[in-house]
Write a protein that binds this ligand. Structure first.
Ligand code: 13P
Length: 287
């Protein structure tokens, strides 16, 4: 069932668990995440960055693929198809293409411009039944060529954006995309607690889910995080399993070169990662 992320996240906030956003890159990725969500009876959010959208031949191709797959695979759990770190123009393209949820990342604009553009998108999304994520304070690290330094969000600015009526808010709390460096200072729970207090019932989003230790994930959920984004960890798992298959020479045995065989260990590795995250986030059985 393709739905907006609004209801699943409000339920998660109330129930003190988080829904995973898993970024997709191709057909195998999408299938792996959808089948795992169904198996775990968990709601799920499929994240699509602008770069991944382009790679998959445009947002319309992605939306049509996801809708058909939900249908053909008989997926009954709630699924949101969500633009990740969308530009202003990208948001409109995804609304047009049939996404059910978008993130407008206006964190690099001055706060007044972020507010103005977010306000406009709140109205458009409300009319069309999509959910909207906004961002305050940038997420560090690199994702698809977009590099952020990572700055903790100002709780007052978070309240300004939350009051516009967005459905979920990503607030920078020292989190970064990609692998965390050895000297990473950890999440700023002080910032998270202050943001949480200001925004009340608003579901908060934790980007950069890869490599955050379990205890920090649990503490973040207890302080109001209801959506956690994971991208790199699935990529690493897929790459390691594919490497093991090729290094063991399996592609040279029989018809081991068949793409359905060659990609199968990577797909299983994505599934295992998604399963593990859903258990950690507490979303299993919540569909
Ligand atoms: P990671 O790649 O660090 O898991 O971050 C994913 C993310 O936040 C997508 O927006």
């Amino acid at each position: 069932m393709l739905v907006s992320a609004k209801e699943m996240l409000n339920k998660a906030k109330e129930g003190h668990y988080a829904v995973g956003q898993f970024n997709i890159n191709n057909l195998e990725w999408t299938k792996a995440v959808l089948l795992t969500a169904e198996e775990m009876k968990s709601p799920v959010i499929l994240g699509v960055s602008e770069g991944a959208g382009k790679y998959m031949c445009g947002f319309k191709t992605v939306a049509d693929m996801v809708k058909s797959m939900i249908n053909e695979l008989k997926i009954t759990v709630p699924v949101a198809l969500h633009l990740d770190h969308g530009s202003y123009e990208g948001c409109y393209k995804c609304i047009e293409a049939g996404f059910s949820s978008i993130m407008f990342d206006g964190s690099h604009y001055p706060i007044d411009e972020n507010v103005a553009k977010t306000r406009e998108l709140v109205e458009v999304c409300a009319q069309k039944g999509l959910s909207l994520e906004a961002e305050v304070g940038s997420i560090g690290g690199e994702e698809d060529g977009v590099v952020g330094m990572g700055e903790c969000a100002d709780p007052n600015e978070c309240k300004m954006i939350a009051d516009l009526g967005v459905d979920m808010l990503a607030a920078g709390i020292g989190n970064i995309h990609g692998k965390y460096p050895a000297n990473w200072a950890g999440l700023s729970f002080e910032t998270l607690a202050a943001v949480s207090e200001k925004v009340g019932k608003m579901p908060l989003v934790l980007h950069g889910g890869t490599g955050i230790p379990e205890d920090m994930i649990k503490r973040a959920i207890s302080l109001g995080v209801s959506k956690i984004n994971v991208n790199t960890e699935c990529q690493l798992a897929f790459a390691a399993a594919t490497r093991a298959y090729v290094e063991a020479g399996k592609d040279l045995e029989g018809k081991g070169f068949d793409p359905r065989k060659l990609l199968a260990p990577g797909v299983e590795a994505i599934k295992a990662t998604v399963r593990e995250k859903m258990e950690l986030f507490g979303s299993v059985g919540k569909a």
